[in-house]
Design a protein around this ligand. Structure first.
Ligand code: RIB
Length: 290
């Protein structure tokens, strides 16, 4: 049985480095296209597996070469793909621009990810009731996310990306919520402030016991019932921030599966996410451990 179950998306990422992001109506010439494995769910599953955790992945791929590549890659990373279904049609794809400041711009075409169902999740009930941690994001339908949160017995971690407003009954089933500031803004229907105390106050209105707000180059805030602790970022020279949030979430899940406290798990996650930005791609092969 898996220690961590991830219910989420799997994509093939096509990334181009650009001198600057295009304005509406502008055409920008970029560098060569780099194709790689991606998808928030699959990225998080792979990073957790690289930490040595046993991980089961629930999701869908298309009946195309990308789908075969995603399945083979997850398997080669040691992720259990018994609950990864094939769907007619294309696999998920992401189109990513990275600028010289290592910032990114991502457009996702969900493909098979949009077809993940409540039944797909229910098929993994045996895993969900035994896993120490459930890790979910919002790149698959909300019904599937809800089903996973209802069935899981371990610590339920939600990374609300890409963000959308969420119903209270869904949030009430989340033990640890990990948004960035823009996602926190979407969840709360307002612009996220920049002062730590105000961010903590805003996060508290969601009613989730534990919220970790990732702050990019400013680290993260761990918020528990309105009280917060700031964790400064690792000083690094970033090359590509794609997938840094996924590394963060996976490292938190790894820590919780090892029975570390949330604050210790978050400290490790800040360092791992910082290191992940020092190389290209969503899952760079750089040492992530503290
Ligand atoms: O979080 C980064 C990921 O977002 C990329 O790998 C891309 O596939 C999108 O899902």
């Amino acid at each position: 049985m898996a220690e961590i179950v991830v219910v989420g998306s799997a994509n093939i990422d096509r990334t181009v480095v650009v001198a600057h992001f295009p304005e509406p109506g502008e055409t920008v010439t970029g560098g060569p296209v780099a194709a790689g494995q991606g998808g928030k769910g699959a990225n998080q599953a792979v990073v957790a597996a690289r930490f040595g955790r046993s991980v089961a992945f629930v999701g869908r791929v298309g009946s195309d070469a990308d789908g075969r590549s995603i399945r083979a890659d997850l398997r080669s990373e040691g992720v259990d793909v018994s609950y990864l279904r094939d769907s007619p049609g294309p696999s998920g794809a992401a189109f990513i621009c990275v600028d010289p400041h290592a910032e990114n711009f991502i457009v996702v075409s969900p493909g098979a990810n949009a077809l993940v169902t409540r039944e797909d999740v229910a098929a993994a009930t045996d895993q969900l009731v035994q896993a120490r941690v459930l890790l979910v994001q919002l790149e698959v339908p909300l019904e599937a996310v809800k089903a996973a949160l209802e069935l899981a017995v371990g610590v339920r971690v939600l990374n609300p990306a890409p963000a959308r407003p969420l119903p209270e009954d869904l949030l009430s089933r989340v033990d640890v919520l990990i948004p960035n500031t823009s996602e926190l803004g979407t969840l709360t229907g307002t612009t996220c402030p920049s002062a730590h105390a105000e961010i903590a106050e805003l996060a508290s209105i969601l009613g989730v016991d534990n919220v970790i707000v990732t702050l990019g180059a400013d680290g993260a805030l761990v918020i528990n019932h309105g009280k917060y602790q700031h964790l400064p970022a690792l000083p690094v020279r970033p090359v590509d921030t794609t997938g840094a949030g996924d590394t963060f979430c996976a490292t938190v899940a790894d820590g919780l599966a090892r029975d570390l406290s949330l604050i210790v798990a978050a400290k490790r996650a800040v360092r791992a996410a910082g290191r992940a930005t020092t190389a290209k791609g969503a899952r760079p092969r750089v040492p992530l451990s503290p």
